[in-house]
Design a protein around this ligand. Structure first.
Ligand code: 2AM
Ligand code: CA
Length: 268
């Protein structure tokens, strides 16, 4: 398959589709908080919302770009190898979603021969659609965004996540958290990696670091950070952050300093 010619148009369509599916997700969250689905049980219900949202996204994106492949969290479609692949998380921040918190998002990236060329992260509750295309600037609801200009770690607000698996490294991870808490304005933990990333892209945070994440959590958001002028690497400073399960994204002004601190606590 060829690379799509009009990425701008494609991106607008992806934002439109994620807004549509976002409305569905919000309605389902409201039903959940109304407890009108009590008998189904919380986990069943959430599985249903995640899967139903993904099914909607897949069918719309398939129609938008016939022949494209998919890599999705809920595996509702065959995970196809193709030159053009959509990498999708229908709800990033599922735990927040279950508990009635507003911080969750739809994350959609499009990769051409393994390289991201389009990213959309839609923060559903605030209707904030973050997007970027190859060769273009990062946008929030149609307005250009960029990473923050703060250059001192001591003036910075950071964000991270805590591991769900790999508990063997939890102690070291928490020591790193304490160290960075002392060196910065603070370290937040929002519970949606895609939102953490786009908040770096628009300058709300100076940096985000986490490990153990999957491609659908980070592909779109990391690309948006890069297009907003930021820097994303793995903990060796290399480019293996989508599949490598280690990610540091920042405004670029203190990435090296942060990477040093991470490695002090968290070297393999
Ligand atoms: P998810 O909500 O799509 O699962 C929070 O730090 C990040 O970790 C979120 O992006 C979340 O994505 C991800 N994550 C990975 N495994 C998880 C799990 N078992 N439970 C909750 N969040 C998980
Ligand atoms: Ca998810």
């Amino acid at each position: 398959m060829e690379k799509p010619v009009d990425l701008q148009h494609l991106c607008e369509e992806v934002c439109r589709i994620s807004r549509e599916v976002g409305k569905f997700i919000l309605l389902e969250q409201k039903r959940l908080s109304d407890q009108s689905i009590e008998s189904k049980g919380l986990n069943d219900f959430v599985t249903y919302v995640d899967k139903a949202a993904e099914t909607l996204l897949v069918s719309e994106l398939q129609a938008l770009l016939p022949g494209s492949g998919f890599l999705t969290e809920e595996k509702t479609v065959a995970q196809q190898e193709a030159e053009l692949v959509w990498i999708i998380d229908p709800i990033d921040g599922t735990t927040n979603f279950i508990h009635g918190l507003p911080l969750f998002s739809i994350s959609i990236a499009l990769a051409f021969r393994g390289k991201t060329i389009l990213g959309v992260v839609h923060e559903v509750s605030r209707d904030e659609c973050f997007s970027a295309i190859e060769g273009g600037r990062a946008m929030l609801n149609g307005k250009v965004i960029q990473v923050s200009e703060r250059s001192k770690l001591s003036d910075s607000l950071l964000v991270t996540g805590f591991p769900y698996k790999d508990e063997g490294r939890l102690e070291a991870w928490m020591q790193l958290f304490i160290t960075l808490l002392r060196k910065s304005h603070g370290v937040r933990r929002l519970g949606s990696a895609a939102i953490d990333l786009v908040y770096v892209a628009c300058g709300r945070f100076e940096a985000f670091y986490e490990y153990g994440l999957s491609p659908w959590d980070v592909a779109a958001g990391a690309f948006i950070v890069e297009q907003a002028g930021g820097l994303v690497t793995d903990y060796q400073g290399g480019p293996n952050f989508v599949y490598g399960k280690e990610l540091l994204a920042g405004n670029g002004r203190m990435n090296e300093e942060l990477r040093g601190v991470i490695l002090e606590h968290f070297a393999r």
